[in-house]
Design a protein around this ligand. Sequence first.
Ligand code: FES
Length: 56
Amino acid sequence: MLVCVCNGIREKDFRAAVREGAPTPCTAYARIGHRAKCGQCVPFAKTIIENEQMSN
Ligand code: FES
């Protein structure tokens, strides 16, 4: 599943970036080598970050 359609960022790669310590969608995208474009994915990306933080 894609988290960010503009950049083709897969959920698996996004979660890995968050687990490596990226605290926000933008920092996680930067770790993968991308940056937010349209911004539509940001609320979903934030939900995934919260989800990862709760499972720690
Ligand atoms: S869907 Fe992520 S920036 Fe557009």
